[in-house]
Design a protein around this ligand. Sequence first.
Ligand SMILES: NC(=O)c1ccc[n+]([C@@H]2O[C@H](COP(=O)([O-])OP(=O)(O)OC[C@H]3O[C@@H](n4cnc5c(N)ncnc54)[C@H](O)[C@@H]3O)[C@@H](O)[C@H]2O)c1
Length: 257
Amino acid sequence: MRGLKGRIACITGAAQGIGQEICIRLAEEGAIIIALDILDTKSTVNRCREKGGHARGFVFDVTNKNQIHRVVQEIGEQFERIDIWVNNAGVFDNTATVALSEQKWDQISDINYKAMFLCAQPVIPLMQKNNWGRFINLSSMAGKMAYSEEIAYCSTKAAVLGLTRALAVELGCHGITANAICPGPIQTDMLKNTYQHLADINGVTLEEWSADILKTIPAGRFGKPADVAALVAFLASDDAGFINGQAINIDGGLVFY
Ligand SMILES: NC(=O)c1ccc[n+]([C@@H]2O[C@H](COP(=O)([O-])OP(=O)(O)OC[C@H]3O[C@@H](n4cnc5c(N)ncnc54)[C@H](O)[C@@H]3O)[C@@H](O)[C@H]2O)c1
C-alpha cells in the first residue's frame, strides 16, 4: 500500500483507458477520487466504489478554462485542498504535416498540454495550503522519440516534458512535485484505433500489425493500463517525494533516455 488514505486525487481523462485504471488503483490505495472527463465517468466512479473507495465524477473539458475553475473551486469548497492532480486526458493524431490543419493543431495542443497549464493555475494554491502536492502528467515515448506523420502528437508530448520541468523547479520548495510519465504502447482504445488505422493504410490486418510491433518490445508484451496506474500510485506517494521534474519511461524497454 502506498499510504494515499484520504488524499484528494483528481484525474483527467478518467472515463476509460489509462485514466480509468489510475482512478481505480488510487481508490484502492485509499485516495478520494475526482474523475474528470468530457465523457460520462459513471462507470469509473462505480468501479472505484466497488473497490470500497470514495469517488465522484464531473463532466469536464480540459480545454475550457471556465469549467476548470468552476470544478476546482467546487472541489476546494468541499475538501479545502487538492493533493494529487493527474493530467491524463489526451488525444492521438497521425496526420502528415502538409495535411494537418491549423485548427486541428490547435485542438491537439489545447488538449495535450495547454490544458495542463490551465489546470495548474487554480490547483497550485490548493496544494500550497498544505505544502504538499503531486502533479503527474501523461506524456508518451513519442515525447522523446519521433514518428512519421505524428507531428502534433510528438510536439505536444515533448511540450509536456518542458511544462513538467518548469512546474517542478517552480513548486519544489512548496513540497509539490511534478513528474511526467512516458508510456510505450498500452492496450487501450487509443492504441487499438491507431493500430487499426495504420494496419488499414499499410494493407495488413490489425493482428498482423500488432504482431510486428510486439516483436520490437523487449518485454515481449504490450503494456496494460494497470502498469501505468501502478507508477502513478508510486509517484503520488510520500515515498516519491524526492523525485521531481522527471520523465519516466514505462515501455517494456523501448526507450533508454
Ligand atoms: N495508450 C497508449 O498506448 C498511450 C501511450 C503513450 C501515452 N498515452 C497517453 O496516455 C493518456 C491516456 O491515453 P488512453 O490510451 O487511455 O486514451 P483513451 O483515448 O482511451 O482515453 C483518453 C481519455 O481522455 C478523454 N479526453 C479527451 N479529450 C478530453 C477533453 N478535452 N477533456 C477531458 N477529457 C478528454 C477522453 O474522453 C478519454 O476518456 C493520453 O494522454 C495518451 O496520450 C497513451
